[in-house]
Design a binder for this molecule. Structure first.
Ligand code: PMP
Length: 429
């Protein structure tokens, strides 16, 4: 572990003061060493021991322009001396809200909070107030944040199972109003709505199941969900915390042409600063506007995060969306290269992708569209060995299999990554 001795020393020291030595449970499992960053620029991250990595974790999604993009740094540097939070309104909020209502199809009105979890809580509250109903339909294997009313343990098999706690200390009452269904299964949704539709306030889903396999909605599925939501007077919420601004300026709803009633945005929206938003139809968001639904938060929409978000979005919108073309071209080269290398080494690999985000599934299946199938047929242990090898060769990826390509990744980064992947596949086959 000589190469990571500085990180390991800090990790030990951290555990004396910081519960578990990390700031979010996801980071606890970093192999083969818990990396401590020293600095990062573009697609490269350098740890405290001086090891350099080509980064595809991208901080779990927010860094759509890579680390420390000059335009975002400039926006922050310009704003910081003018004040970091005011507790009163400022122009940045107006400018940012205007961009959201322009680019995001469902957005007539928006409101800001700080994290994806918080924004989902606001969306559920708005949906309940709008419909006067309590129940929420959510889907097995989808992630909407860590709060009690959003979190359930994913199940490898779903046979009318009652929702299970995902963490110690979770309120059992929070499950009371949840109906957990298999995703990409219109029949299951039809049946649940036929039985309990008059009690259901919202259907919430990731429009592409990015958190578990980057599973795509089956053709016609989103359209059918939209129809069923309308037929039963249920608010349809797309959790676009990953897909928002990442797969298109208007997110997955633009890409698939299906408009939800509300959507939740986070991660890429502010290029690495803590900002999230709920955006939706005027008639529904009106309940926030008129104070029927309380929406609060000390640091909501502060001028630092809005400055970063405006810079991030303007970079994405510039030159007719050249940023997306660039990210997609790099992702084409990377995913094609990975497929060729896997074939060369005889490793069964399936790649699911939406724009510049993709999941590498170690499976011999030719397609996976259900979470339950994903949970059963993917060799996570083999992928874990592969991602550990990549790490040893200077490529940082999430051990779950999800990769993010940013506008900062250069052709040379992709080539170097494929050279590392060649060695990593050889080591795990
Ligand atoms: N929804 C989705 C789809 C997510 O991927 C995440 C975070 N991974 C969240 C919500 C929660 O966002 P946050 O971590 O900012 O609370």
């Amino acid at each position: 572990m000589g190469r990571w001795s500085g990180s390991l020393r800090l990790y030990e020291e951290a555990a004396e003061h910081l519960a578990g030595g990390v700031s979010t449970a996801f980071r606890r499992g970093t192999h083969p060493a818990p990396v401590y960053a020293q600095r990062a620029q573009g697609a490269r991250l350098i740890d405290v021991d001086g090891n350099e990595y080509i980064d595809y974790m991208m901080a779990y999604g927010p860094l759509i322009h890579g680390h420390a993009h000059p335009a975002i740094v400039e926006a922050l540097t310009r704003q910081a001396p003018l004040g970091t939070t005011y507790g009163v309104q400022h122009q940045g909020e107006v400018e940012l809200a205007r961009r959201l209502t322009r680019y995001v199809p469902c957005a007539d009105l928006v409101c800001f909070v700080n994290s994806g979890t918080e924004a989902n809580l606001v969306a559920l509250r708005v949906a309940r107030a709008y419909t006067g109903r309590q129940k929420i339909i959510r889907f097995n294997g989808h992630y909407h944040g860590w709060a009690d009313p959003l979190l359930v343990k994913p199940a490898a098999e779903l046979q009318g199972l009652a929702p299970q706690a995902a963490t110690g200390g979770q309120s059992a009452a929070a499950f009371h109003d949840l109906i957990v269904l298999p995703w990409n299964d219109p029949g299951a949704l039809e049946q649940a709505l036929a039985e309990q539709g008059d009690q259901v306030a919202a259907i919430i889903m990731e429009p592409v199941l990015c958190n578990n396999g980057c599973l795509m909605p089956l053709p016609g599925y989103l359209e059918r969900v939209r129809e069923l939501a309308d037929a039963h007077g249920v608010v349809l919420i797309f959790d676009e915390v990953i897909t928002g601004f990442r797969v298109a300026l208007g997110g997955a709803q633009e890409l698939f042409g299906v408009t939800p009633d509300l959507c939740v945005l986070g991660k890429a929206i502010a290029g690495g600063l803590p900002l999230s938003a709920v955006a939706g139809r005027r008639e529904i968001m009106q309940l926030v506007a008129d104070g029927t639904v309380s929406h609060m938060g000390t640091l909501n929409g502060n001028p630092l995060v809005t400055a970063a978000a405006i810079a991030t979005i303007d970079l994405l919108a510039a030159d007719g969306g050249a940023a997306y073309q660039r990210m997609n071209a790099r992702t084409d080269a990377l995913t094609e290269g990975l497929k060729e290398l896997a074939a060369k080494h005889g490793v069964p690999l399936l790649i699911h992708r939406v724009g510049p985000v993709f999941h590498t599934l170690f499976t011999d299946r030719s397609a996976v569209s259900r979470y339950e199938e994903f949970a059963q047929c993917v060799d996570q242990a083999a992928y874990r060995r592969f991602s550990d090898e990549l790490f040893r060769h200077g490529v940082l990826v999430r051990p779950s299999g999800l990769w993010y390509v940013s506008t900062a990744h250069e052709e040379a980064d992709i080539e170097a990554t494929l050279a590392a992947a060649d060695r990593a596949f050889a080591a795990v086959k």
